[in-house]
Design a protein around this ligand. Structure first.
Ligand code: ZN
Length: 272
């Protein structure tokens, strides 16, 4: 049976407890929520952390603590964010990569983010890719806009990213490209042959549609409160695990087997 990988983005940078009081924010809560997501079927946790005021931070001490707590509980693959949050400098964003996680996100272009924006010039992207390559951290090449897939081609051509490639198509960020089947099709046709890719839709509807899109087109799934705080229209998610459980159900009903962290390590050739 074909295996599908589920990533859970448990916290994110922009979601707050005002959006959903069940959002995990402390390292302990984040580790517990990641563990529950693992038990529900997630094999990768996409990790952001918060400071004591619950604000997004790229502080390595907080990342280290969350990573240690997660590793004590289970063997989830950890993907740290290098997108960070709006207003952070590139050097600030890159910090958690120095902890040698197995994976890290790598934004492949500048994007508007609501009224704000996140800057990723080619020199910034090259620096991030070089650091990840040197540390054998597998990047998730995140594309928020159509042009970003071409940005990823530049990094690949320059040898800064090596196969197997793993993409993350981020759909419906306010300012980025929308979730539409043609958009997903555009991305899928332009990644190098043999690439793996995960679809993430921001907001309730796009998140759910992204699960179906991934299943239909042979990609991987991402869910979690970073992307969407609702379970259904107007109904808040009780937990990250609840969102993972639904993704598992949809995948299984579609005849797919759920990948374990060990499968991901093999597929994406992670350091382990
Ligand atoms: Zn993120």
């Amino acid at each position: 049976m074909e295996k599908i990988v589920i990533t859970c983005a448990v916290t994110g940078a922009e979601t707050t407890r005002k959006h959903n009081p069940n959002l995990p924010v402390t390292p302990e809560q984040i580790a517990d929520s990641a563990h529950e997501a693992y038990l529900a079927g997630a094999s990768i946790v996409h990790l952001h952390v918060r400071d004591e005021q619950e604000k997004p931070t790229q502080d390595v001490k907080v990342f280290k603590k969350a990573m240690e707590l997660i590793r004590k509980k289970c063997d989830l693959v950890i993907e740290v964010t290098t997108g960070g949050a709006v207003g952070m400098t590139p050097q600030e964003r890159l910090q958690p990569v120095t902890l040698d996680p197995e994976m890290a996100s790598l934004d492949c272009g500048t994007v508007n983010f609501g009224d704000e924006h996140i800057v990723n010039t080619l020199p910034i992207m090259r620096e991030f890719a070089s650091q990840m390559k040197a540390r054998r951290v597998r990047p998730t090449l995140e594309c928020f806009d159509l042009s970003h897939v071409y940005g990823s081609h530049v990094l690949i051509k320059e040898g800064l990213v090596e196969p197997p490639y793993h993409y993350g198509f981020v759909l419906n960020v306010p300012g980025g490209v929308k979730y539409e089947p043609e958009v997903l099709d555009f991305f899928v046709r332009r990644v190098p042959a043999g690439s793996f890719w995960t679809v993430m839709g921001i907001g309730g509807k796009a998140s759910l549609m992204s699960i179906y899109g991934a299943v239909a087109m042979g990609g991987f799934i991402r869910v979690g409160m970073e992307d969407n705080v609702y379970f259904s229209k107007g109904v808040l998610a009780k937990s990250n695990a609840q969102l993972v459980e639904r993704a598992v159900r949809i995948a299984k009903e579609s005849g797919l087997e759920i990948a374990k962290p060990g499968d991901v390590r093999k597929l994406l050739q992670l350091r382990g």
